[in-house]
Write a protein that binds this ligand. Structure first.
Ligand SMILES: Cc1ncc(COP(=O)(O)O)c(C=O)c1O
Length: 471
């Protein structure tokens, strides 16, 4: 029996197949509860996927943060934890790894990314200063605002259009940035907040050409650039794939060059570094480092552990060296691309081009009959969970929160539902199940009604808000 219409994954992409650079040594059983139980669970959770119990979830694409599978070498590192309060050897291994791969001189460990965001924001921003950035990220902007800063989006316009296929939708619009500097005065700009890749735009990269030009512009005005390096391995991979001069360079080489154009970075190691917890802040300026190292002891812990156990720092140091390998990043981004290609092939609206860590379903196109203040992306996350036990997350009006000045909802151009793929966790078969679940929900989209918000917490409301169906 032969069927020439069946294709392997490689054939679908017009190349020889390649596979992940690892094999599975330990597994965790999964169960799928009944549809009736899933309907009950999402009601109890107030239609917020953050409030579901994970044992009620079949395939968990809520986030790629802290959900990676660690390698045998990382687990071996856990056994080498030096749990001294001060001067743990694991900290020095972490410091060496950050210096070697990112090139920054001084490293402050933190419990996760937002610990580092808190430190940099409180230390560098003077109340009333503006913080330009290539699209907001929820925790990043909140820490900037809590320090008295005013975030201003200076990303290129293409980033706000889910259908625009610009290869570097994370790029900064240098004219927007310069106008802001001239309008507000250079003394009123705290720093340039640059993220690679840009989560809220759909995991979209920043080009090397753009960061070089950004450096030149910021140098002209004496403005520092601090990088959210959370998914920079994936950003570097996209540069390798899409920028002519970088085809022959490794992800590690590209990463180091990119970081050279910045003055420091904060990191949520729960992503690229393949660990379940951890983060850091790294800078080149010794005086700034001094202030950060002093402040970290108030909020995180001593400057040689910053809220992490010694064993966590060891797994993190190993994870940096593993995560940056070309074959690792290729397999990781390739799995996301596989899911995106299936959905695009079925004309399901997603952000294009497919980003590094997740597929972002365009909920406005999915549910054109649901007004944005009836939460189309939140609705979509709830519907997908009930259909197939797949958990995603809202990245639209709920995540955008309220304008601190007016108190109104912010209405972002992008109303997205994110399916984030954990690293080294799910197989191609899981991804096929997800794709079929999305298709089923898409095929019944016309009957779906929106939600109303019935509970709203003050900060980062998307984590804990509750909703009821308007139907
Ligand atoms: C782009 C980006 N920056 C910062 C953070 C914050 O990191 P953490 O969750 O480790 O506090 C995240 C986490 O989701 C992120 O995606």
């Amino acid at each position: 029996m032969s069927d020439s219409t069946l294709h392997t994954m490689g054939q679908q992409f017009g190349r020889r197949s390649w596979a992940e650079p690892w094999k599975i040594k330990m597994v965790e059983p999964l169960q799928m509860i009944s549809e009736e139980d899933r309907s009950r669970a999402i009601e109890v959770a107030g239609h917020n996927t953050f409030l579901l119990r994970s044992e009620d979830v079949y395939i968990d694409l809520l986030t790629d943060s802290g959900t990676s599978a660690m390698s045998d070498r990382q687990w071996a590192g856990i056994m080498l934890g030096d749990e001294a309060y001060a001067g743990s050897r694991n900290f020095y291994n972490l410091e060496d790894a950050v210096r070697d791969y990112y090139g920054y001189k001084h490293v402050v460990p933190t419990h996760q990314g937002r610990g580092a965001e808190h430190l940099i924001s409180q230390t560098v921003i003077k109340p009333g200063q503006f913080v330009p950035g290539n699209m907001y990220f929820t925790t990043t902007r909140l820490h900037q605002e809590l320090a008295g800063g005013i975030f201003v989006d200076v990303i290129i316009d293409e980033a706000h259009d889910p259908n625009d296929e610009h290869p570097f939708k994370g790029d900064v619009n240098l004219e927007k940035l310069e106008s802001l500097i001239l309008e507000k005065g250079v003394e009123n700009i705290a720093y340039m907040s640059l993220a690679g890749t840009v989560n809220m735009a759909g995991g979209q990269p920043v080009s090397m050409a753009n960061v070089k030009a950004l450096r030149a512009l910021c140098d002209r005005y004496g403005i520092p650039i601090y990088l959210d390096a959370t998914r920079m391995f994936e950003n570097a991979y996209f540069i390798q794939q899409r920028e002519e001069d970088y085809r022959q360079k490794s992800v590690a080489e590209i990463l180091k060059e990119f970081c050279q154009y910045t003055d420091g970075a904060w990191m949520s190691s729960k992503k690229d570094h393949l660990v379940n917890i951890g983060g850091w802040l790294a800078v080149n300026d010794p005086d700034l480092f001094d202030q950060l190292r002093n402040r970290v002891v108030i909020y995180e812990g001593l400057h040689t552990y910053g809220g992490m156990a010694g064993r966590d720092m060891e797994a993190l140091a190993v994870g940096i060296a593993e995560g940056v390998q070309d074959d690792q990043v290729r397999a990781r981004v390739g799995q996301v691309e596989y899911l995106g290609t299936l959905l695009l092939n079925w004309d399901i609206p997603i952000v294009k081009p497919v980003g590094g860590h997740a597929i972002f379903l365009d909920a406005k196109s999915f549910y054109p009959h649901i007004a944005q203040d009836q939460f189309p992306a939140q609705t979509l996350a709830s519907q997908l969970y009930v259909d197939s036990g797949v958990r995603g997350m809202e990245r639209g009006i709920v995540s955008a929160g309220r304008d601190p000045e007016t108190g109104d909802h912010r209405y972002p151009a992008l109303e997205l539902m994110r399916l984030a793929v954990p690293r080294r966790v799910y197989t191609q078969a899981h991804i096929d199940v997800v794709a079929e679940g999305v298709k089923t929900v898409f095929d019944s989209r016309e009957d779906t009604v929106g939600l109303k918000m019935v509970y709203e917490p003050e900060y980062l409301r998307f984590f804990q808000a509750r909703f009821e169906s308007v139907g």
